[in-house]
Design a protein around this ligand. Structure first.
Ligand code: PYC
Length: 319
């Protein structure tokens, strides 16, 4: 962090991707150590967690913000490394965040239309920026870990869903007891939090015992040309305002495993806010690579100030 007067200063560019905010840190944060992006993420967690909190939490942010720290790349053909984080910790990958990073790099004059590669803690992804500002990411490969998992969720009832990887771990289920509309967000948060609690209690995990920290409900679309609407609980208590890039990736893997989506076939996923991603699968060496296309807009740029005397220097998060 750069000292300026008494306060330290962290430079940021804010954007939103289909409604979901991303805050890219462009300066003032010490470079995390490590030869891989996973090591750099672990170093951030060990030594800089107060900075994560201060950047995304109130009073400088809020629980829906996903932060993105840019680092030098770890792979020879990549433009940058990126570690995504939110109000409760670190994300493996972030689809909406990657689209926000690409538009931020364009805003800063560091890239123009074309393709770049970005290194993340879960692998290298690529992103193509079109001249009209649309961004298509090619994510890490997605797959289904466990299909048709039945759980009894206290206060909700019997729920059947799939555990799938799309760069983060998801539990995906069709749900019609509460309509997926903004006026029912409070109820949808309660349902998804109970599902996640039950997965934890029942020790239902992703590969290698990883926590399934995202829950994704699906319902019928509300607009022509759209295939499905979702509601996504992110790690913590915030919901995704976009259709969730990694969640849409996991959905593609589920649809493909069920024989409901062919490689190359388009899937339009609508979010709880009505924004959409268009997505499809590509097959590379036996792996299913999700492509997710959406739009981001830069909403602000500036610096966050951290006064050493400020009792809320490292942010505040309620229960
Ligand atoms: O777009 O992948 C995503 C994402 C994950 C958490 C919030 N957004």
């Amino acid at each position: 962090m750069t000292e300026r007067g008494r306060s330290t200063r962290v430079e940021i560019v804010d954007s939103h991707t289909e409604g979901e905010p991303t805050r890219v840190v462009t300066g003032g944060w010490p470079g995390p150590k490590g030869r891989t992006m996973a090591e750099r993420r672990d170093d951030m967690r060990a030594r800089m967690d107060d900075l994560r909190k201060g950047v995304v939490l109130e009073p400088r942010g809020h629980d829906a913000i996903v932060g993105a720290l840019l680092t030098p790349p770890v792979e020879p053909d990549s433009t940058a490394g990126v570690v995504f984080f939110n109000d409760v910790g670190y994300l493996g990958m972030c689809g909406h965040g990657t689209i926000g990073v690409v538009r931020t790099l364009q805003h800063l004059g560091r890239i123009g239309p074309g393709e770049i590669r970005l290194d993340t803690p879960v692998g290298t992804v690529s992103a193509r920026l079109d001249p009209d500002g649309a961004v298509t990411i090619a994510n890490v490969p997605a797959y289904v870990e466990a299909a048709d998992v039945e759980i009894h969720v206290p206060g909700v009832g019997q729920v059947r869903g799939d555990v799938a990887w799309g760069g983060n771990w998801f539990f995906l289920t069709d749900y019609d007891a509460v309509p997926l509309v903004p006026s029912r967000i409070h109820d949808l948060l309660a349902v998804t939090a109970k599902i996640r609690d039950t997965l934890r209690t029942r020790h239902i995990t992703g590969r290698g015992g990883a926590e399934v920290d995202h829950v994704e409900l699906f319902g019928p679309p509300t607009a022509p040309g759209v295939d499905s609407r979702n509601f996504v609980l992110c790690p913590g208590a915030a919901y995704d305002r976009s259709p969730c890039g990694t969640g849409t990736s996991a959905k593609l893997a589920v649809l493909h495993a069920r024989g409901q989506l062919a490689v190359g076939q388009r899937w339009v996923q609508e979010s709880i806010t009505g924004s959409t991603f268009t997505a499809w699968l590509d097959e590379r060496g036996g792996a299913l690579v999700p492509h997710v296309r959406g739009r981001a807009y830069v909403t602000g740029e500036g610096a966050l100030l951290f006064d050493p005397a400020d009792p809320f220097r490292s942010g505040w998060r309620g229960g």
